[in-house]
Design a protein around this ligand. Structure first.
Ligand code: FE2
Length: 117
């Protein structure tokens, strides 16, 4: 894998331990929203395994994008839990993409399709 490649979940039916604690998890995010109305996007790192938050190994940030447009971002110190809720709105359908960075294990991405009515 290239140094500059973003890591993603490879096989949903056979997740590695690294994937279980690094792939950003969209918690109860709707598939469909109303145009221009705020909705909540909760991101947790990770899903099956909570990522450690300690000196030397922690989630540094998570950023939320609509396609390639940044909507919001949260920075973490080891004292914080690697979870955040953003309130965002969309004017048109988009792929929500979450990027997170672990200081030891690099950058990870996951996505969630949203339709707008
Ligand atoms: Fe990590």
């Amino acid at each position: 894998m290239s140094k500059y490649q973003i890591k993603k979940l490879q096989d949903p039916s056979d997740k590695t331990a690294l994937e279980k604690k690094h792939v950003p998890y969209f918690v109860d995010v709707p598939d469909k929203v109303k145009k221009g109305e705020y909705f909540k996007v909760t991101l947790r790192m990770g899903k099956e395994i909570e990522h450690p938050m300690e000196e030397g190994h922690y989630i540094q940030f998570v950023a939320l994008y609509a396609d390639y447009f940044q909507l919001a971002r949260a920075d973490f110190n080891p004292e914080a839990k690697a979870e955040v809720t953003f309130n965002v709105k969309l004017e048109e359908p988009a792929t929500l993409r979450a990027f997170e960075s672990c200081n030891l294990h690099g950058q990870w991405e996951s996505s969630h399709e949203i339709t707008v009515e």
